[in-house]
Design a protein around this ligand. Structure first.
Ligand code: LRH
Ligand code: MN
Ligand code: MN
Length: 388
């Protein structure tokens, strides 16, 4: 069983990647609610992300979404991030907000639309080069609303061909992270609906193609930790998009809807040592904070991941293996539940004090006056929205 110090060291080594769009205004298809102090441009989004790192010590990178975060000078944006103590993380392409992509992007039946979508990814690879990012993250809205609308098989061939072109353009130290989602915006068939489809494309592409598991992208009741285990087993779990959901792709704070699921996921991660940075599993947050204040919500999310990880690290692996080997069903389950039911908050508060951080990051942020400052400074000009 890990010692208290070993648990603290492992939590300390975890870096959770935040998303630039989590700091922008967002909403549902019914209403986007504005909030005071919301960033007006990518530089301000990064400044907010840096606050999360400042108070948690565990959010050292921020993902960008292109073109939402398009700037003239990406080197300047990366330098701005570094000046504030963070790095640019994964670069997300976006081929789902253009009329040309109504019938799909990389799988579109029209070769000229496919070429446009591939070209967008080549621009994103240039952003990787300018920012020092290593991960190109792809999520496609491609799919069909009606049976017969297009050939399911032909779409896979077009998709494979487009992905091949993108993969060929990567630098040697770049990775493709390929995300799946079972429905929405397409309602009949999605071209990359599940981990099997994503993995099949990744295996065809090569060693530097990995699957992204967004926790909100599964049918209710799906055993997500099983998928985590299988992707780790295949050596192809590239990243998480953490969030939580009650119904569909709700994008609520991770650990809010089902903290036990988050623990079970992290138990599979810890069982295969994939929490260690060398595993290169990128633990990202993909969330929208529609009604709650954004920076504290992202801080809360990072703390939720840390708590679940600490609990997973406390699982007595020897006792678990012994109970499993002897067929002790109740005993094995009790080992997991003992860890899950441990209150790790005092241990994490102790860790923060050792790191020179406030033991209560949200309270420290709230006391700092940053919110009042940005509310005043950013009163003029258009706020960034989800999609701008
Ligand atoms: C799609 C998704 C994907 C996008 C993000 C904004 O639902 O999860 O990761 O890039 O939302
Ligand atoms: Mn996602
Ligand atoms: Mn999503």
């Amino acid at each position: 069983m890990r010692t208290r110090d070993e648990v603290k060291a492992a939590v300390r080594a975890l870096g959770v990647e935040t998303a630039s769009w989590a700091f922008a205004n967002s909403g549902t298809r019914f209403k986007v609610f504005g909030q005071p102090g919301v960033p007006r441009d990518p530089f301000e989004k990064i400044a907010d992300a840096a606050q999360v790192h400042q108070y948690t010590g565990s959010a050292p990178r921020v993902s960008l979404h292109i073109p939402w975060d398009l700037v003239d000078d990406f080197t300047a944006l990366a330098n701005h991030a570094r000046d504030l103590g963070v790095e640019i993380g994964a670069i997300n392409s976006n081929v789902f907000q253009d009329d040309d992509y109504k019938l799909g992007s990389l799988a579109n039946p029209d070769p000229s639309v496919r070429a446009k979508a591939v070209a967008h990814h080549l621009q994103c690879i240039d952003v990787l080069r300018a920012t020092g990012s290593k991960d190109l993250k792809i999520w496609l809205a491609d799919g069909l609303n009606y049976p017969g609308q297009d050939s399911l098989r032909d779409r896979q061939e077009r998709l494979a061909d487009s992905l091949r072109q993108i993969y060929a353009a990567l630098d040697d130290d770049h990775r493709i992270l390929l995300e799946y989602k079972f429905f929405e915006p397409a309602f009949y068939a999605t071209d990359i609906p599940d981990w099997g489809t994503s993995l099949t494309h990744c295996l065809a592409l090569g060693e530097r193609a990995h699957v992204v598991l967004d926790t909100g992208h599964h049918a209710p009741g799906t055993n997500i930790e099983f998928i985590v285990m299988m992707l780790l087993r295949a050596g192809r779990l590239g990243a998480f998009d953490f969030n939580s959901r009650f119904y569909a792709d709700d994008d609520l704070m991770v650990g809010a809807a089902d903290p036990f699921q988050l623990f079970r996921i992290l138990h599979e991660i810890v069982s295969q040592d994939a929490h260690q940075p060398e595993s290169r599993v990128n633990f990202m947050l993909d969330q929208c904070h529609n009604i709650e204040p954004k920076i504290p919500a992202v801080i809360r999310s990072v703390l939720n991941v840390q708590e679940a990880l600490a609990k997973a690290l406390l699982v007595d692996a020897d006792a678990l293996a012994k109970a499993q080997a002897s067929g002790d069903v109740l005993g094995a389950n009790a080992v997991l539940m003992d860890a899950y039911n441990t209150d790790v908050r005092p241990l994490l508060a102790e860790l923060r004090e050792e790191q020179g951080l406030d033991p209560d990051p949200i309270a420290a942020y709230q006391r700092s006056g940053y919110f009042e400052k940005i509310s005043a400074e950013r009163a003029d000009g258009a706020q960034a929205g989800w999609g701008a």
